[in-house]
Design a protein around this ligand. Structure first.
Ligand code: F0G
Length: 450
């Protein structure tokens, strides 16, 4: 007998209390934060869906591994465990630890990119785009058109537009393209997966023109599970085998272990290229640390080595994808416009459709995320005009689910709050920016309602 209820595949050994604030308190807190939810003290947040990054609950096995962390400066045993684990799953020749994903990006792009270069991706994440632009190169998004239509259902809305990639290469020449990136899953485009068929097609274009292919691999396990669920050829394969096949088609990757590494900090950069490795390690030593720790404690490396394996567990992945879809489906049933189908790590509300009376220039995503906080103490993040300015194709509010942290009743509460805001949406006003930084402005921008 099998039962239909899908349970969290863990029991809770250690708890962290959360408590609410009053609406009046939240009003004052929002004012003080200049309507930027990054500026809120975390204890003033009841349910924190700001990000799935670094917010996972670690397992008993990870905590046990941390106690065994080897803190030697050079040649740490924890590094060996970490490197071997990454090589088993990712299969790349060189593994360079970094303190998080963007450090890997900075090193990779500093070595590979220069002014005049162009780096295509399905969709660049904010730090990826910023690190590329910082080298003087241009970051271009080549997502399939279906990926830009929030309500359209398509199994692999994270796919790269292969024809657009070929057209770009024809137009500017392969020599100006130092690498092609594929972000799995496509965070900025709704946490949507990339199919193996698409990976193969992009790989073959890259091979034809001698351009290296890299993965932005943060959510590789969730992407592998979507391939298993949605690509018939892979339905019998293990997520690990799918991940291995995917990475076998690439020359390297950047990784934030704060996502599918199930760790609170950490990342890495991989490459098969000996010469690049040397340059990358030289830069690593300059700012991150010696190549056997790369800015991390030995215990962090140990936790990642366990987390990467746990993230490929099928019971875990099933629970993970089903709980995100549970949240998305319950919102969609009420008519709330979300990016369809729900993504792997998050549900994205389409703020332009939710608040059609607020033009993109008046930041509908920021307005909606402030309202969700005011109404129920829920913190979300805008992925839209504030984050990407004129490069924003959509205005989304992301409800990112930390891994193994919230239960189904937490999600039921979130659904209730979003429905309440939906029923009162006509009263919501737009926002204008009163201060912004030159890079990654969304972290520190100050806003006010108009
Ligand atoms: N690439 C993608 C696709 C990401 O989602 C992130 C981080 C990074 C790179 C950078 O990794 O944070 O370890 O330096 N995303 C987080 C988020 C911050 O909230 O989506 P990092």
């Amino acid at each position: 007998m099998t039962f239909k209820t899908i349970i969290e595949p863990f029991k809770i050994k250690s708890v962290e209390p959360v408590s609410g604030t009053t609406c009046k308190q939240r009003e004052a807190l929002l004012q003080k934060a200049h309507f930027n939810l990054f500026q809120l003290p975390a204890e003033a947040v009841l349910i924190d869906l700001l990000t799935d990054s670094g917010t996972s609950a670690m397992s008993a096995r990870q905590w046990a591994a941390m106690m065994e962390g080897d803190e030697s400066y050079a040649g740490s045993r924890s590094f060996t465990l970490f490197r071997d684990c990454v090589q088993r799953i990712f299969g790349f020749k060189h593994v360079i630890p970094t303190h998080q994903g963007r450090a890997a990006e900075r090193i990779l792009f500093s070595v590979m990119c220069k002014k005049g270069d162009v780096v295509p991706n399905n969709t660049h994440f904010d730090t990826t785009r910023a690190n590329i632009e910082y080298t003087g190169a241009e970051a271009v998004d080549l997502l399939i058109p279906e990926g830009r239509n929030p309500s359209l259902i398509h199994p692999f809305k994270g796919n790269m537009d292969v024809k657009a990639l070929e057209a770009l290469i024809d137009r500017i020449g392969a020599r100006r393209i130092p690498l092609v990136l594929l972000t799995v899953t496509n965070n900025t485009g709704g946490g949507q997966p990339v199919s193996m068929e698409n990976v193969k097609a992009v790989h073959s274009v890259c091979c034809k023109h001698g351009i290296p292919l890299y993965f932005d691999a943060c959510r590789y396990a969730e992407n592998a599970y979507f391939i298993k669920l949605r690509e018939p050829l892979y339905s019998e394969k293990k997520p690990r085998e799918i991940a291995q096949e995917m990475f076998s088609l690439a020359d390297g990757c950047t990784m934030s272990a704060k996502k599918d590494g199930l760790a609170n900090i950490g990342g890495f950069l991989c490459t098969n290229d000996d010469a690049l490795r040397q340059q990358e390690e030289n830069l690593l030593i300059l700012t991150e640390g010696y190549p056997t720790y790369g800015g991390l404690a030995g215990r962090d490396l140990a936790a990642i080595a366990v987390g990467l394996e746990e993230a490929l567990d099928e019971d875990y992945l099933h629970y993970r994808i089903v709980s995100t879809s549970y949240l998305g489906t319950h919102l969609a049933q009420e008519g709330i416009p979300i990016v369809q189908p729900p993504g792997g790590h998050a549900v994205y509300i389409d703020a332009r459709a939710f608040l059609p009376h607020i033009s993109p220039a008046l930041l509908p995503g920021v307005s909606l995320s402030c309202e969700l906080y005011l109404a129920g103490g829920i913190r979300t993040v805008e992925i839209g005009t504030l984050m990407f300015a004129e490069n924003a194709h959509m205005d989304l509010v992301r409800l990112a689910l930390p891994r193994r942290v919230y239960t189904q009743s937490h999600l039921d509460y979130v659904v209730e709050v979003v429905i309440h805001v939906w029923n009162n949406r006509e009263k919501i006003r737009g926002m204008e920016i009163v201060y912004q930084a030159p890079f990654l402005r969304h972290f520190t921008a100050r806003m006010k309602p108009v």
